[in-house]
Design a protein around this ligand. Sequence first.
Ligand SMILES: [Zn+2]
Length: 177
Amino acid sequence: MNFCSHCGAADIAFRTPEGDSRERHVCANCNSIHYQNPKIVVGCIPVFEDKILLSKRDIQPRKGFWNIPAGFMENGETVEQGAIREVREETGAKVEIVRLFAIFNIVHVNQVYMIFLAKMSEPIFAAGDETSDVALFKLNEIPFSELAFESNKFVLNKYLEDSNLSSIHIGSYNHTF
Ligand SMILES: [Zn+2]
């Protein structure tokens, strides 16, 4: 951090504020403390009949690999609204949330993922701006060797195992390629 987002000063120190236990970016001009905390990523496993919908990434990292549709939550929306919006933006599909399915941390990039199960009422979808392809996969056709991230494998393996669809799966990942 080079400039204070509150007053614009270029006088930022990295120090532990009084009463705190961690170093923070602190503006020496206006004393604003710029806290940095994990970001929430929301997404869905969209389900249509006996198939799930995946999107192929058209952006780095892992361009050309299949992914569970997900993205950063926006201010002013709930996690469910964000997950529905991300599915629509990436895949063009309209979904209804069924329930929360998985929560996992990508610790080294400070992200918390919340993945929902969601129902598609119709098999209507199309690739969005950051997506080169979207497709429905039967459970025995999920492209495990072409998934973008280890965390995708974790979530989809849990989906295959979790026949009664009753638990929330929790994990932590460091994505290395
Ligand atoms: Zn400042």
